[in-house]
Design a binder for this molecule. Structure first.
Ligand code: ADP
Ligand code: MG
Length: 708
């Protein structure tokens, strides 16, 4: 769409809703002009007609054609909110939910949170006046627990359905029954071309509507040789493009896997270009500032205002957006002519044999690769540079990405289904059923934490766990804290674990910030370190200046505080006791241990650990408080595991093996000692010291026995 520069600037006035009136009127008019140029707009009346005539519709359209931003507005204009009901639109990603809601509020010239709002976990920006509500699919799934008929909605748009996120897939199954009862509810599924047929079949052959759109040809250039470092190659490729073609020829979009390599690419590209500038200007003292390029990262942990920047217009500058696969279909950056694709993405993969969720950097699918390339051809012909060989495209990549439901731990999801009253989860109507092995091992996990009884029925504890919007290990920890008398503290820990990046580590001041961080360290526990940070912040009146001085992210802490308040309210509602343990922090560590007993490791060698359930070799992440404390503790539990070049465990707490035996009895059966203790409670007649001596052995034996 050939926008004139002036229009583009006006449209892209970013997310600030406090523009003065005159400005916003002008804005509003030019936005409306741009709206009308979108392919979705041209199909408006046809679309509305087919929606009036059918209950379920699959809408297919090129990315950027206006599905996400326009559809909900069309429906509202067509009167679907007149009866006081809402139009809901789900997104698999939080970033997208916020960004799209912001955009639509701006297009309609209303304040975000009123007529147009959004809701993501722990953050509800809607009011009773809201008509269009964007939300993550996880939020809608939770809402079905509270109100199974979803009465308050007249239409639901399930956006980005082709992504096949776990929650979207589960919602499909739920809708299958729900739609038969609520005949007045419209379901609109939007999808890229892939999978559309499957969705239509799933809902009994519902009609598919394709938004006609125009795309331009994209030339794909494969790497001739395998690339050893894709960050470096991306930097090289981007600088080559930048130096050899005029800035006005188009922007660059680089696909990376996550925050670390995105930041590395941004920094590396800046460095490389300044270096070249310096060489060019050798001899004179001109600055080496990069004034013809704007390098912008985008990933989910980035604050919303920084994320919004990718839409800003950059006159006389080339924009380089370095993104995760969020830019594959969710967000469209206009004006991209060059795409650089590293060929990988971060994928959460569950291995039911070893019972672990592992975050892995894995090759993307062919469908994703083509989708990524396509981003270069939206406003004119483009070029996609693939940082992998043609051979590896055909040999290493699946045709399509495996749906999340077939590759992740389902314990959280199955807990919700049980809560919804689904007795036989294997008989649930799945679009694609998960492998039985994953279902069984996830059910096993729920049984080990006490959420299910021996017959697979939800226990009281399980019911309580399901009512918290937290992963099972965290809700378990919180509930057991209430019994052992430290729920105030564990409430803080759980909230702090629910926000990204507490510590701030700017590149130029790394040493200083690392030192500041160590001042908060509680040597035996990262969980207690988080508690310590929060308590000190509280003691300093939740001050932002104090955060700045101590290299802490004020916004993250604020968010943790808000999450804490929300969870606290929920606990009060459920009459779960909230008490403080005062200065006794050992009780807290015990509680932490009870939540993570299945995620434990034993020291083996100088600084290596082995996972107690599967023998995987692990290292504690270098940023951990334990790492700095000198001698590493013999036993630890951990919050999460990250698989990169090394297996790292993150957020770790030292535990007593005796606690592990107590809380993890199901995993670490005391094979050698069992005869001695049959029916008599655990080691009733032994001294604690002797028990510990024997524990090492027992756990080790158990590990070897389960050799996996
Ligand atoms: P689809 O959902 O079909 O992929 P969208 O509705 O997301 O398409 O996008 C339609 C158009 O709106 C695109 O040109 C996109 O660049 C633009 N757009 C979306 N969000 C924003 C935003 N926050 N700021 C500026 N433009 C936006
Ligand atoms: Mg979209």
């Amino acid at each position: 769409i050939g926008l004139k520069d002036g229009e583009k600037t006006a449209v892209s006035q970013s997310t600030d809703s406090s523009n003065n009136l005159e400005n916003s009127k002008e804005n509003f008019e030019s936005i409306q002009r741009v709206r009308k140029t979108l392919p979705a707009f041209k199909a408006r009346s046809e679309l509305l007609q087919i929606i009036r005539d059918n209950q379920v519709i699959v809408v297919i359209g090129e990315t950027g054609s206006g599905k996400t931003t326009q559809l909900a507005q069309f429906l509202e204009e067509d009167g679907y909110c007149n009866g006081g009901q809402l139009i809901g639109c789900t997104q698999p990603r939080r970033v997208a939910a916020i960004s799209v809601a912001t955009r639509v509020a701006m297009e309609k010239g209303v304040k975000l949170g009123n007529e147009v709002g959004y809701s993501i976990r722990f953050e509800d920006k809607t009011t009773s006046r809201t008509k269009i509500k964007f939300m993550t699919d996880g939020i809608l799934l939770r809402e079905t627990l509270m109100s199974t008929m979803l009465e308050k909605y007249s239409c639901i748009i399930m956006d980005e359905a082709h992504e096949r996120s776990l929650n979207t897939d589960i919602l499909f199954g739920i809708f299958k029954n729900l739609l038969a009862i609520r005949r007045d509810l419209k379901l609109i599924i939007t999808s890229a071309t892939m999978n559309a047929n499957k969705f239509s079949q799933f809902f009994g052959g519902s009609p598919m509507f394709t938004i006609p759109g125009r795309t331009f040809p994209v030339e794909t250039v494969f790497s001739r040789h395998p690339v050893s470092d894709y960050v470096e190659s991306a930097i090289l490729q981007a600088s080559k493009i930048h130096l050899s073609s005029p800035v006005s020829s188009g922007d660059i979009l680089i696909f990376m896997t996550g925050q670390e390599d995105i930041e590395a690419t941004c920094a590396g590209l800046r460095e490389k270009l300044s270096e070249i500038n310096t060489k060019k200007r050798l001899g004179n003292m001109e600055s080496t500032e990069l004034n013809d390029i704007e390098i912008l990262p985008i990933y989910s942990a980035l604050p919303a205002d920084v994320q919004g920047k990718i839409f800003n217009c950059t006159p006389n500058k080339r924009k380089v957006v370095v993104a995760t696969n969020i830019a594959e279909t969710s967000l469209t950056v206009d004006g991209v002519k060059y795409v650089i694709d590293c060929g990988y993405s971060k994928l959460k993969v569950y291995n039911p044999q070893i019972g672990l969720d592992i975050l892995q950097i894995a090759p993307i699918s062919m469908a994703s690769a083509n989708q990524r390339s396509g981003r270069a051809g939206r406003t004119g012909p483009g070029i996609a540079y693939r940082l992998y060989t043609e051979d590896s495209f055909f040999d290493d990549m699946y045709v399509q990405t495996i749906p999340e439901i077939q590759r992740t731990n389902l314990s959280n999801t199955l807990l919700l289904l049980k809560y919804l009253g689904v007795k036989d989860v294997l008989a649930f109507p799945f679009v694609d059923p998960p492998p039985e092995q994953i279902v069984m091992s996830s059910l096993f996990e729920l049984w080990t934490v006490g959420a299910l009884d021996n017959f697979g029925k939800l226990t009281e504890l399980g019911g309580q766990m399901a009512s918290f919007p937290l992963q099972p290990s965290l809700s378990k920890m919180l509930l057991s804290a209430s019994q052992s008398g430290c729920s105030e503290e564990v409430l803080t820990i759980v909230s702090m674990l629910s926000v990204p990046q507490i510590f701030y580590r700017p590149k130029e001041r790394q040493e200083e910030s690392d030192q500041a961080r160590t001042r908060f360290f509680v040597p035996e526990s990262d969980h207690l370190t988080l508690l310590n940070v929060f308590s000190q912040w509280k003691a300093n009146n939740f001050s932002s200046a104090w955060c700045r001085r101590n290299f802490l992210q004020f916004k993250s802490l604020q968010r943790a505080k808000s999450i804490r308040d929300q969870l606290r309210t929920l606990m009060e509602k459920k009459r779960i006791i909230i008490v403080s343990s005062g200065t006794d922090w050992d009780i807290i560590r015990k509680c932490v241990c009870s939540g993570y007993a299945h995620q434990a490791a034993r020291l083996s060698g100088l600084n290596k650990y082995v996972h107690l359930r599967n023998g995987l070799e692990l290292r504690i992440h270098p940023a951990s408080a334990l790492f700095r404390a000198g001698d590493l503790p013999p036993y630890v539990v951990y919050h999460e595991m990250l698989l990169t070049s090394n297996e790292y465990i993150n957020t770790v707490t030292a535990v007593d093996p005796f606690w592990l035996m107590k809380y993890g009895l199901l995993f670490y059966n005391v094979s050698r000692r069992r005869e001695d203790v049959e029916d008599s409670g655990i080691y009733a007649d032994e001294s604690p010291e002797r028990i510990k001596d024997n524990l090492d052995l027992s756990i080790e034996q158990c590990m070897m026995k389960k050799e996996i």
